[in-house]
Write a protein that binds this ligand. Structure first.
Ligand code: F1P
Length: 289
Protein backbone atom coordinates (compact mmCIF):
# COMPACT_ATOMS: atom_id res chain seq x y z
CA UNK A 1 0.00 0.00 0.00
CA UNK A 2 1.25 3.51 -0.75
CA UNK A 3 1.82 5.99 2.09
CA UNK A 4 -1.00 8.16 0.83
CA UNK A 5 -3.47 5.24 0.77
CA UNK A 6 -2.42 4.24 4.29
CA UNK A 7 -2.90 7.81 5.51
CA UNK A 8 -6.28 8.11 3.83
CA UNK A 9 -7.36 4.97 5.71
CA UNK A 10 -6.15 6.32 9.06
CA UNK A 11 -8.55 9.28 8.94
CA UNK A 12 -11.35 7.76 11.08
CA UNK A 13 -8.84 7.27 13.89
CA UNK A 14 -7.35 10.75 13.43
CA UNK A 15 -10.78 12.41 13.43
CA UNK A 16 -11.73 10.53 16.61
CA UNK A 17 -8.58 11.87 18.24
CA UNK A 18 -9.28 15.36 16.87
CA UNK A 19 -12.73 15.50 18.45
CA UNK A 20 -11.56 13.81 21.65
CA UNK A 21 -9.37 14.94 24.53
CA UNK A 22 -6.12 14.74 22.53
CA UNK A 23 -7.25 17.17 19.83
CA UNK A 24 -9.10 19.44 22.17
CA UNK A 25 -6.27 19.70 24.69
CA UNK A 26 -3.87 20.51 21.82
CA UNK A 27 -6.21 23.32 20.79
CA UNK A 28 -7.25 24.46 24.25
CA UNK A 29 -6.94 28.22 24.70
CA UNK A 30 -4.83 28.49 21.56
CA UNK A 31 -7.48 29.10 18.91
CA UNK A 32 -9.25 32.40 18.12
CA UNK A 33 -11.80 33.54 20.67
CA UNK A 34 -15.35 34.46 19.65
CA UNK A 35 -15.45 38.09 18.56
CA UNK A 36 -11.88 38.27 17.25
CA UNK A 37 -11.37 39.42 13.67
CA UNK A 38 -9.30 36.64 12.16
CA UNK A 39 -7.31 35.87 9.02
CA UNK A 40 -6.46 32.24 8.29
CA UNK A 41 -3.60 31.52 5.88
CA UNK A 42 -1.86 28.57 4.29
CA UNK A 43 -0.47 27.33 0.99
CA UNK A 44 -2.01 24.70 -1.29
CA UNK A 45 -3.98 22.16 0.70
CA UNK A 46 -3.52 24.14 3.90
CA UNK A 47 -4.99 27.25 2.23
CA UNK A 48 -8.06 25.24 1.20
CA UNK A 49 -8.55 24.05 4.78
CA UNK A 50 -8.18 27.69 5.86
CA UNK A 51 -10.99 28.60 3.43
CA UNK A 52 -13.28 25.95 4.92
CA UNK A 53 -12.58 26.96 8.53
CA UNK A 54 -12.96 30.68 7.81
CA UNK A 55 -16.41 30.19 6.28
CA UNK A 56 -17.51 27.89 9.12
CA UNK A 57 -16.24 30.20 11.88
CA UNK A 58 -17.94 33.24 10.44
CA UNK A 59 -21.18 31.31 9.80
CA UNK A 60 -21.08 30.11 13.41
CA UNK A 61 -21.16 33.74 14.53
CA UNK A 62 -17.64 33.79 15.98
CA UNK A 63 -16.59 36.87 14.04
CA UNK A 64 -15.33 38.04 10.66
CA UNK A 65 -12.90 35.47 9.30
CA UNK A 66 -11.01 35.73 6.04
CA UNK A 67 -8.84 33.15 4.31
CA UNK A 68 -5.83 33.93 2.13
CA UNK A 69 -3.10 32.10 0.30
CA UNK A 70 -0.18 33.07 2.53
CA UNK A 71 1.52 34.81 -0.40
CA UNK A 72 -1.50 37.08 -0.91
CA UNK A 73 -2.10 38.23 2.66
CA UNK A 74 -3.10 41.91 2.61
CA UNK A 75 -0.58 43.29 5.08
CA UNK A 76 -2.31 46.68 5.25
CA UNK A 77 -5.38 45.26 6.97
CA UNK A 78 -5.93 44.86 10.67
CA UNK A 79 -6.75 41.47 12.12
CA UNK A 80 -6.83 40.59 15.81
CA UNK A 81 -5.15 37.35 14.92
CA UNK A 82 -3.46 35.64 11.99
CA UNK A 83 -3.79 31.85 12.08
CA UNK A 84 -1.65 29.65 9.84
CA UNK A 85 -2.25 26.04 8.91
CA UNK A 86 0.90 24.21 7.84
CA UNK A 87 1.79 20.53 7.98
CA UNK A 88 5.53 21.05 7.61
CA UNK A 89 5.95 24.33 9.45
CA UNK A 90 8.64 25.23 6.91
CA UNK A 91 6.61 26.64 3.99
CA UNK A 92 8.36 29.90 3.07
CA UNK A 93 5.36 32.20 2.57
CA UNK A 94 3.77 31.04 5.83
CA UNK A 95 6.97 31.60 7.84
CA UNK A 96 7.38 35.05 6.31
CA UNK A 97 4.00 36.13 7.74
CA UNK A 98 5.00 35.30 11.33
CA UNK A 99 1.48 34.15 12.28
CA UNK A 100 0.16 34.54 15.83
CA UNK A 101 -1.30 31.05 15.90
CA UNK A 102 -0.22 27.96 14.01
CA UNK A 103 -1.76 24.55 13.49
CA UNK A 104 1.19 22.37 12.58
CA UNK A 105 2.05 18.72 11.96
CA UNK A 106 5.79 18.85 12.62
CA UNK A 107 6.12 20.02 16.21
CA UNK A 108 9.90 20.49 15.81
CA UNK A 109 9.66 22.89 12.88
CA UNK A 110 10.83 26.53 12.97
CA UNK A 111 7.33 27.98 13.02
CA UNK A 112 6.85 26.60 16.52
CA UNK A 113 9.34 29.22 17.80
CA UNK A 114 7.69 32.03 15.87
CA UNK A 115 4.00 31.66 16.71
CA UNK A 116 2.67 32.62 20.12
CA UNK A 117 0.03 29.87 20.12
CA UNK A 118 0.96 26.44 18.74
CA UNK A 119 -1.57 23.70 18.09
CA UNK A 120 0.66 20.70 17.35
CA UNK A 121 -0.84 17.60 15.76
CA UNK A 122 2.22 15.33 15.28
CA UNK A 123 -0.01 12.24 15.37
CA UNK A 124 -1.67 13.45 12.17
CA UNK A 125 1.60 14.24 10.34
CA UNK A 126 2.28 12.24 7.18
CA UNK A 127 4.96 10.43 5.19
CA UNK A 128 3.28 11.20 1.89
CA UNK A 129 4.01 14.37 -0.07
CA UNK A 130 0.33 14.55 -1.07
CA UNK A 131 -1.57 15.70 2.01
CA UNK A 132 -4.70 13.96 3.17
CA UNK A 133 -5.05 13.19 6.86
CA UNK A 134 -3.16 16.18 8.29
CA UNK A 135 -5.42 18.55 6.38
CA UNK A 136 -8.69 16.90 7.37
CA UNK A 137 -7.57 16.35 10.96
CA UNK A 138 -6.59 20.01 11.33
CA UNK A 139 -10.03 20.93 10.00
CA UNK A 140 -11.64 18.39 12.36
CA UNK A 141 -9.87 20.02 15.34
CA UNK A 142 -11.00 23.46 14.16
CA UNK A 143 -14.55 22.28 13.57
CA UNK A 144 -14.68 20.66 17.01
CA UNK A 145 -13.70 24.03 18.49
CA UNK A 146 -16.82 25.44 16.80
CA UNK A 147 -19.03 22.73 18.30
CA UNK A 148 -18.96 20.04 15.62
CA UNK A 149 -19.42 16.44 16.84
CA UNK A 150 -17.00 13.54 16.23
CA UNK A 151 -17.31 12.75 12.52
CA UNK A 152 -15.16 9.60 12.53
CA UNK A 153 -18.14 7.31 11.82
CA UNK A 154 -18.73 9.20 8.56
CA UNK A 155 -15.01 8.89 7.74
CA UNK A 156 -15.35 5.13 8.18
CA UNK A 157 -18.36 5.08 5.84
CA UNK A 158 -16.41 7.11 3.27
CA UNK A 159 -13.72 4.43 3.21
CA UNK A 160 -16.30 1.69 2.58
CA UNK A 161 -18.35 3.47 -0.11
CA UNK A 162 -17.81 2.38 -3.70
CA UNK A 163 -16.19 5.06 -5.85
CA UNK A 164 -19.09 6.87 -7.54
CA UNK A 165 -17.49 6.91 -10.98
CA UNK A 166 -15.50 4.48 -13.11
CA UNK A 167 -11.94 5.80 -13.36
CA UNK A 168 -11.50 4.02 -16.70
CA UNK A 169 -14.37 6.04 -18.15
CA UNK A 170 -13.51 9.46 -16.73
CA UNK A 171 -11.75 12.13 -18.74
CA UNK A 172 -12.25 15.23 -16.55
CA UNK A 173 -13.83 16.21 -13.23
CA UNK A 174 -15.04 19.48 -11.74
CA UNK A 175 -15.68 19.84 -8.00
CA UNK A 176 -18.10 22.44 -6.66
CA UNK A 177 -19.20 23.57 -3.22
CA UNK A 178 -21.04 26.29 -1.33
CA UNK A 179 -19.82 28.26 1.68
CA UNK A 180 -17.30 26.19 3.62
CA UNK A 181 -17.41 23.32 1.11
CA UNK A 182 -15.84 25.51 -1.61
CA UNK A 183 -12.51 24.88 0.16
CA UNK A 184 -13.21 21.15 0.02
CA UNK A 185 -13.91 21.41 -3.72
CA UNK A 186 -10.55 23.11 -4.31
CA UNK A 187 -8.80 20.49 -2.20
CA UNK A 188 -10.43 17.57 -4.05
CA UNK A 189 -9.38 19.07 -7.39
CA UNK A 190 -5.82 19.58 -6.12
CA UNK A 191 -5.67 15.91 -5.03
CA UNK A 192 -6.53 14.78 -8.57
CA UNK A 193 -3.85 17.07 -10.04
CA UNK A 194 -1.12 16.23 -7.53
CA UNK A 195 -1.65 12.48 -7.21
CA UNK A 196 -2.87 11.64 -10.71
CA UNK A 197 -1.91 14.55 -13.03
CA UNK A 198 -5.62 14.50 -13.85
CA UNK A 199 -7.64 17.38 -15.32
CA UNK A 200 -9.73 18.72 -12.48
CA UNK A 201 -11.25 22.10 -11.69
CA UNK A 202 -13.11 23.67 -8.75
CA UNK A 203 -15.67 26.47 -8.40
CA UNK A 204 -18.34 27.81 -6.09
CA UNK A 205 -21.40 25.76 -7.10
CA UNK A 206 -23.46 28.85 -8.00
CA UNK A 207 -20.69 30.19 -10.22
CA UNK A 208 -20.26 26.98 -12.19
CA UNK A 209 -22.97 27.88 -14.71
CA UNK A 210 -21.30 31.25 -15.37
CA UNK A 211 -18.90 29.76 -17.90
CA UNK A 212 -17.14 26.69 -16.48
CA UNK A 213 -20.07 24.45 -17.49
CA UNK A 214 -18.69 24.74 -21.04
CA UNK A 215 -16.17 22.07 -20.02
CA UNK A 216 -18.87 19.54 -19.03
CA UNK A 217 -19.81 16.70 -21.36
CA UNK A 218 -19.85 12.96 -21.88
CA UNK A 219 -17.09 11.06 -19.96
CA UNK A 220 -16.79 14.03 -17.60
CA UNK A 221 -18.21 14.58 -14.12
CA UNK A 222 -19.33 17.31 -11.75
CA UNK A 223 -18.99 16.44 -8.05
CA UNK A 224 -20.85 18.59 -5.52
CA UNK A 225 -19.85 18.92 -1.86
CA UNK A 226 -22.60 19.99 0.54
CA UNK A 227 -25.86 21.60 -0.52
CA UNK A 228 -26.65 21.68 -4.22
CA UNK A 229 -28.15 24.78 -5.86
CA UNK A 230 -31.54 24.33 -7.44
CA UNK A 231 -31.38 23.17 -11.04
CA UNK A 232 -27.66 22.39 -11.05
CA UNK A 233 -28.01 18.60 -11.32
CA UNK A 234 -30.43 18.94 -14.25
CA UNK A 235 -28.23 21.49 -16.02
CA UNK A 236 -25.20 19.21 -15.66
CA UNK A 237 -27.20 16.21 -16.91
CA UNK A 238 -28.10 18.16 -20.08
CA UNK A 239 -24.41 18.43 -20.94
CA UNK A 240 -23.99 14.64 -20.84
CA UNK A 241 -21.74 14.80 -17.76
CA UNK A 242 -22.34 12.69 -14.65
CA UNK A 243 -23.50 14.58 -11.55
CA UNK A 244 -22.10 13.19 -8.29
CA UNK A 245 -23.41 14.06 -4.86
CA UNK A 246 -24.25 12.44 -1.54
CA UNK A 247 -26.21 13.51 1.50
CA UNK A 248 -25.44 10.35 3.46
CA UNK A 249 -22.15 11.60 4.97
CA UNK A 250 -20.66 14.92 6.10
CA UNK A 251 -18.96 16.84 3.24
CA UNK A 252 -15.56 16.50 4.96
CA UNK A 253 -16.04 12.71 4.80
CA UNK A 254 -17.10 13.08 1.17
CA UNK A 255 -13.63 14.59 0.64
CA UNK A 256 -12.18 11.22 1.71
CA UNK A 257 -14.04 9.60 -1.21
CA UNK A 258 -12.46 12.20 -3.50
CA UNK A 259 -9.00 11.44 -2.05
CA UNK A 260 -9.61 7.76 -2.84
CA UNK A 261 -10.70 8.70 -6.35
CA UNK A 262 -7.43 10.62 -6.85
CA UNK A 263 -5.39 7.58 -5.80
CA UNK A 264 -7.48 5.28 -8.02
CA UNK A 265 -6.98 7.65 -10.96
CA UNK A 266 -3.22 7.64 -10.35
CA UNK A 267 -3.12 3.85 -10.27
CA UNK A 268 -5.24 3.59 -13.40
CA UNK A 269 -2.85 5.97 -15.17
CA UNK A 270 0.19 3.96 -14.02
CA UNK A 271 1.42 6.73 -11.70
CA UNK A 272 2.78 6.47 -8.17
CA UNK A 273 0.64 8.80 -6.00
CA UNK A 274 3.50 8.96 -3.50
CA UNK A 275 5.70 10.56 -6.15
CA UNK A 276 3.73 13.59 -7.39
CA UNK A 277 5.30 15.52 -10.25
CA UNK A 278 7.35 18.61 -9.42
CA UNK A 279 6.24 18.64 -5.76
CA UNK A 280 8.07 18.18 -2.49
CA UNK A 281 6.75 17.63 1.03
CA UNK A 282 7.46 21.23 1.86
CA UNK A 283 7.71 23.98 -0.72
CA UNK A 284 10.41 26.50 0.15
CA UNK A 285 10.65 29.29 -2.37
CA UNK A 286 13.66 31.54 -2.83
CA UNK A 287 13.68 35.29 -2.12
CA UNK A 288 13.05 36.14 -5.77
CA UNK A 289 9.82 34.05 -5.91
C1 F1P B 1 1.62 22.97 1.87
C2 F1P B 1 1.97 22.22 0.60
C3 F1P B 1 0.79 21.40 0.13
C4 F1P B 1 1.15 20.49 -0.99
C5 F1P B 1 2.30 19.60 -0.63
C6 F1P B 1 3.43 20.44 -0.19
O1 F1P B 1 2.50 22.71 2.84
O2 F1P B 1 2.40 23.13 -0.40
O3 F1P B 1 -0.27 22.21 -0.26
O4 F1P B 1 0.04 19.69 -1.28
O5 F1P B 1 1.91 18.72 0.39
O6 F1P B 1 3.03 21.32 0.84
P1 F1P B 1 2.35 22.96 4.38
O7 F1P B 1 2.58 24.42 4.62
O8 F1P B 1 0.99 22.53 4.83
O9 F1P B 1 3.44 22.10 4.97
Amino acid sequence: MTYVAEEIHSQPDCWRRAAGSEGQSAAHDRLPRPGERVAVVGCGTSWFMAMAYAALREAAGHGETDAFAASEFPTGRHYDRVVAITRSGTTSEVLALRPDTVIVGDATSPIVDIAEHVVALPWADERSVVQTRFATTALAVLRASLGSPDLSADAQKALAMPLPVDVADLEQITFVGRGWTIGLAHEAALKCREAAVFWSEAYPAMDFRHGPIAISGVHRAVWAFGSVPEGLAADVAKTGATFLHTESIDPMAHLIVAQRLAVALAEHRGLDPDAPRHLTRSVILGRSA
